[in-house]
Ligand binder design. Sequence first.
Ligand code: ATP
Length: 352
Amino acid sequence: MGYLAIKNLSKSFQNNKVLDRINLDIEKGTFLSLLGPSGCGKTTTLRLIAGFERQDEGTINIGGNMIDRLPPYKRNIGLVFQNYALFPHMTVSQNIAYGLEQRNFTKGEIKKEVSKALEMVQLTGYENRKPRQLSGGQQQRVALARALVIKPSLLLLDESLSALDKKLRVDMQIELRQIQKNIGITTLFVTHDQEEAMTLSDQIAVMKDGKIIQIDTPQKIYEKPINTFVASFIGQSNFFYGKIKDHLQFELQNGQSFLLPHGDYSLNKGQDCIISIRPEKIRMDRNRPSHPHIQGKVKFITYVGNLSMYLIEALGLEIRVQNQNHNDGVPFEINDEIFLSWDSGNQSILFE
Ligand code: ATP
């Protein structure tokens, strides 16, 4: 059993099942993001772990201890929310000291711990400011220091960077990840921002409709999504719906067919399936390649600096391709006849 072990956690609000048998098992020190669209149950999962709500079924274990019957203040969990929830009338030091006072630390210990926490978040010198005298990023750091000063066994962050502007947010992501790694604290981070989840996490749990659809490293989630939901929620993908026939032939639902890249398809032959291929994994050639390919025509080009996104019309479908630009500009034009191909290792065969 991992350091944080959640088994079959379910929760309904007025007959609306918002969490449906969630399972999580993660090692100590892991940074895991719960990623999913609005309303999929991310915050509810955190609230159950923190003890603000009671689950209908299931168990929560931290470090081998069953915590689900403990009140929130006995769970030893650090929390940071989107709006930081700092006490406005208290100074930075008083905000950070609060949890230690509740736990009856001595004055001397509190002073020492608050000073260490301020140093960790690079706010030494801001002790006597009130939250309103701080920028958004600084308030965010105070909230983090306040959560960590009690030396929690688990850190829960709920959309905690989403109120910051883009530049500050990226800086804070790096800072947060460094602090988390330095102290080795197991962290659950809620976000609906896929890019943020990719940059920060050791592992991502993709959620949908109260269920965890896939838990994996960011790279696995991107390279080997288990279904079309994961493949389209994280990045973009082209989906070819159809059947693998003989001799690498793939028959699309619209009746057209093309040859798949060389590979072993014996297991999936004859079954309805979906070939998923990311736009940047597709090669685009002017000359007909000798390996399997699809012939198409450029319909639309979006210039994005060092690369361009192409919409290709082929097989009665629209296929998205991302391609590097040359030093002298975009190498293809609208209405160019082109040939598309990719390696079998870059495609995923999906069943939903
Ligand atoms: P977001 O990204 O928008 O914050 P989320 O994935 O965190 O969404 P939750 O906040 O966990 O989603 O909510 C999941 C579902 O549970 C939603 O449909 C929400 O309306 C419902 N819900 C959450 N809390 C309550 C409550 N106290 N009473 C009734 N319904 C609730």
